[in-house]
Ligand binder design. Structure first.
Ligand code: TRP
Ligand code: ZN
Length: 880
């Protein structure tokens, strides 16, 4: 093994041990300066088992120890030991007080973990293991403590000083400095600690809880953004009300603070009483944010708020339990978003994430169960599997128990574990106990990686009027090589006759009928369901509303799929049918392409889409989803080997033929939507804009004459949604108008950082031959900054994940470009570097040419020198 890897250690769930010590309280005193920051920490420590004599081992990283006193006596050098990751005090009494003074350099912290600078602000990010970069501590979630925090800083530069809980003291100091003291009455793990200092404006509002308590709501932003917080504030109030109504949970402090920062690795952080947000998920005005941005703000505000109960009041025992808080909170966020907007479109968006990102992860080298067994770097496990599949697993529990049973289970969970750090078993057992059942088999969803494949066979007996469905499940092998036991899952089912009329279900075995529909309960390798009194051979609608996170195959004919697309009562499954149709067509075009045949899109398919465009549909945004041709990644998850060039060509052909054949209908729908759109943020207006902009995209593909329409929309746009809609439509065009509009856009919005990021992202996903050259230029543009994660994600990740044609360049230039950026970011910001690797992990699934090129890019990274744990783990697991 190479030297550099000596430090890389794998952590295993099976090795979990309770901590030897409890820290009852921590009194922090943080002195912020322009060069260094001094952190005084006073801990009250007690051994949990009095008979033990183990040493006290505290976590710490990149700290300079200035002084160490135990029960007020300075410790001699021989009494403790320091390594790069720890501080060990060899002999300690049963109960004692420890005073630690450390020096840190937040100005030099480029990893955005621990205490760091974002512009002129000081801020923190402590999840998962950032607190140890601030002071020596037992930095693990099962050590919960009472925090008191005093912040001292220059008064002019940092008038606002914030930390968790309630402000209990403030005052002036000499040399133009001041201090504020905060106390958090709730015990919490260190990952929920937060501190912010800077010159920020405060936007205030308030909320009265269901029990009549008044809560001050405060959003802190830079002065120039003070007109962009209304939407977030409203979203927060909606979230507070929703959690009271849906779960009976109310907020528990007198103040709820949100701070927007520009430099942040992830979306946002649920620190107790003091959420820190990536500005992207707070700041939104109609001039700068699209409808999708508004929806994301609402979702993330909700997500972090819901963590107060699912994450903070009840937290994780260890990081293997991450989905205990994340899966559950994503599920709650999904329910909230569904209640605020369109449940069907929300469900489609979420299913897309699973079917593209999560399925890819499950089939790749980083595959892991919702509760992983081991990790090298925990930051690599904030994944789509833990978050999104974790939410799907909770959703299945919700389906199996129904809303009332699920609520009973949640109530018991809160009652049993409030104030504790617990495991996923604890959660699942609470749900099982409340419903008088056991969930032993269900628990496999947490322990087994991989996406189950459910194969469905049908047989119709006209004489007996019986329809039989045979479902066989199989879960592919994953890198852990463990054998897989069958999962239990609810598969939503309905049967339709040839006119699209529902047939009543009569089935003796295992059919679970609820107010949400009927579900086949599948729990064995093979399950059989016989439906009686079925007058004709029916068309089954299966896995409605995406009732389980599996791949389901059924031998649908094109005609059957068209029927479902046009008339399934389960609106989600109309979309599913549209995607099955699109995928089927693309696969068949791929075959023709590989056989050197000319590509012909079946007219029956186009005619079905034509009917769809002429039909009255429940909502325009749903129609927009139905006419969206499956993406590269979506189809890729349905392929054995991803023949890159064939897939890209086939998909392009379908899009072009679709656009050209349906030009007239698309133009009509565009016009109708334009008339219905009053420019407001009402759901129906957003819905019309979604469809309008989807139509515009196809129209520009249909012919150059539609460029004028895009230009007109761009010029007359009342909001960012329409501006971006126009610019996205024109983005892939070779006309000179493209550059004119892009230049105008930059000139107009160059002071709006988040809008500049959209400008970067659009250029990164342009379907044009010179994209990589342009991106290389943009790396040096004033609107780009490699230190800012949002900009890195916009320009570099968008290229890797949303520009398949250029990323999968036939000479490997796209892969190499990403490899170089990973190498560049590896030391500066390991978390961000690791996130750029996602696209490179899939090399084994590509055709031979692309596979070899992608592997080379990984080898290039592997041999580039000293790798961070984050990058090392993904690269080596990928190359295995
Ligand atoms: N807990 C955060 C959430 O709401 C995730 C998060 C924010 C995070 N910042 C982070 C995780 C930094 C790891 C590192 O989902
Ligand atoms: Zn979260």
């Amino acid at each position: 093994m190479k030297m550099q890897n000596a430090k890389l250690k794998t952590t295993y769930l099976k090795d979990y041990q309770l901590p030897d010590f409890a820290i009852h309280s921590i009194d922090l005193h943080v002195e912020l300066n322009e060069d260094k920051t001094i952190v005084h920490s006073l801990l009250h420590v007690e051994r949990r088992l009095p008979q033990q004599t183990t040493p006290l081992v505290l976590h710490g990283e990149g700290l300079k120890l200035l002084s160490l006193r135990l029960d007020e006596k300075p410790l001699a050098q021989t009494e403790y030991e320091q390594t790069l990751q720890s501080l060990t005090i060899k002999s300690v009494p049963h109960s004692f007080q420890l005073e630690i003074v450390t020096e840190i350099l937040p100005q030099k912290n480029t990893s955005l973990s621990g205490l760091y600078r974002s512009g002129k602000l000081f801020c923190t990010q402590c999840e998962a293991e950032g607190f140890r970069r601030i002071t020596y501590y037992l930095d693990r979630p099962d050590v919960m403590s009472l925090f008191t925090t005093t912040i001292v800083a220059d008064k002019a530069k940092y008038p606002i000083l914030l930390s968790n809980g309630n402000k209990i003291e403030a005052g002036e100091l000499s040399e133009n400095r001041h201090y504020v003291k905060w106390q958090d009455p709730f015990k919490k793990p260190s990952y929920l600690f937060a501190l912010v200092a800077g010159d920020l404006v405060k936007i205030s509002d308030n909320y009265q809880t269901q029990s009549g308590r008044n809560v001050a709501l405060e959003i802190y932003v830079e002065a120039q953004n003070k007109d962009k917080t209304d939407y977030a504030m409203q979203a927060l109030k909606h979230a507070m009300l929703w959690d009271e109504k849906a779960y009976g949970r109310e907020y528990d402090l007198d103040v709820y603070m949100i701070v927007a920062v520009n430099d942040f690795n992830m979306g946002a952080m649920e620190n107790k009483g003091l959420n820190i947000f990536n500005s992207k998920y707070v700041l939104a005005s109609e001039k700068t944010a699209t409808d999708v941005d508004f929806q994301n703000v609402e979702a993330v505000i909700g997500h972090e708020y819901f963590h107060n109960w699912t994450g903070n009041r009840i937290t994780c025992r260890d990081w293997f339990q991450l989905s205990l808080k994340e899966g559950l909170t994503v599920f709650r966020e999904q329910q909230f978003s569904a209640s605020m907007g369109s449940p069907t479109v929300k469900r489609i968006t979420d299913a897309r994430i699973i079917r593209t990102r999560q399925f890819a992860e499950d089939a790749g080298p980083m595959a892991h169960p919702v509760r992983p067994e081991s990790y090298i770097e925990i930051n690599n496990f904030y994944t789509s599997t833990v978050y999104n599949k974790g939410a799907e697993v909770i959703r299945m529990l919700h389906t199996l128990f129904g809303q009332a049973g699920f609520r009973k289970g949640m109530d018991l969970y809160f009652e049993r574990f409030d104030g504790q750090a617990v495991t996923i078993e604890d959660f699942v057992k609470a749900l099982a106990d409340a419903n008088g059942t056991d969930l032993n088999q269900f628990f496999r969803w947490y322990n087994q990686a991989g996406t189950p494949l459910v194969n469905v066979k049908e047989a119709y007996d006209a004489k007996l009027k019986q329809f039989k469905l045979t479902l066989t499940q199989q879960c592919p092998k994953t890198p852990d090589n463990l054998s897989k036991e069958p999962f239990i899952m609810p598969i939503k089912v309905a049967l339709y006759d040839e006119k699209g009329t529902k047939i009543a279900l009569e089935c003796k075995s295992n059919l679970h009928k609820t107010s949400e529909g009927s579900f086949l309960i599948v729990d064995k390798e093979t399950n059989e369901f016989i439906f009686e009194n079925v007058p004709i051979k029916p068309v089954p609608s299966l896995l409605g509303n995406f009732s389980a996170p599996v791949k389901l195959s059924y031998p649908y004919t094109e005609a059957e799929l068209v029927l479902l697309m046009l008339s399934d009562e389960d609106l989600f499954n109309r979309w599913d049918a549209s995607q099955r149709l699109g995928t089927k067509a693309i696969k068949s075009l791929m075959k023709d392409h590989l056989a050197d045949k000319s590509l012909v899109v079946p007219t029956t398919l186009i005619e079905a889409y034509r009917e769809l465009l002429q039909q009255d549909i429940p909502e325009p945004a749903l129609l927009a989803q139905l006419i969206t041709i499956p993406s590269f990644h979506y189809v890729a998850e349905n392929l054995e080997i991803i023949e890159v060039d064939a897939l890209i060509t086939a998909r392009k052909t379908l899009v072009e033929v679709f656009a050209q054949s349906l030009e007239e209908e698309l133009a009509k729908v565009y016009q109708a939507c334009q008339e219905q759109d009053d420019g407001s943020l009402k759901n129906t207006s957003m819905s019309h804009r979604a469809l309008k902009n989807t139509c515009l995209y196809y129209l520009v593909k249909a012919g150059a004459k539609w460029l004028k329409l895009a230009q007109a929309q761009y010029e007359k746009a009342r909001n960012m949604t329409d501006k971006m809609g126009a610019l996205s439509a024109i983005n892939h065009s070779t006309s000179t108008l493209r550059q004119t509009l892009f230049d105008d856009f930059y000139k107009t919005y160059q002071k709006e950082d988040l809008v500049v990021n959209k400008w970067l992202a659009l250029q990164a996903c342009a379907d044009l031959p010179n994209v990589l050259e342009n991106i290389n230029k943009l790396l040096k543009h004033e609107g780009f900054d490699i230190a800012n994660p949002n900009k890195v994600y916009s320009l570099i990740n968008t290229f890797a994940m949303s520009n398949p044609e250029r990323f999968h360049d036939d000479e490997g230039k796209g892969y190499e470009f990403i490899a170089l950026r990973v190498i560049e970011l590896n030391a500066r910001n390991p978390q961000v570097a690791a996130r750029l690797l996602e696209g490179l992990t899939q090399w084994k699934r590509l055709d031979a040419t692309h596979s070899a090129l992608m592997k080379n890019a990984l080898i290039k990274i592997e041999s580039s020198g000293d790798l961070s744990e984050d990058v090392f783990e993904i690269v080596t697991k990928s190359l295995k």
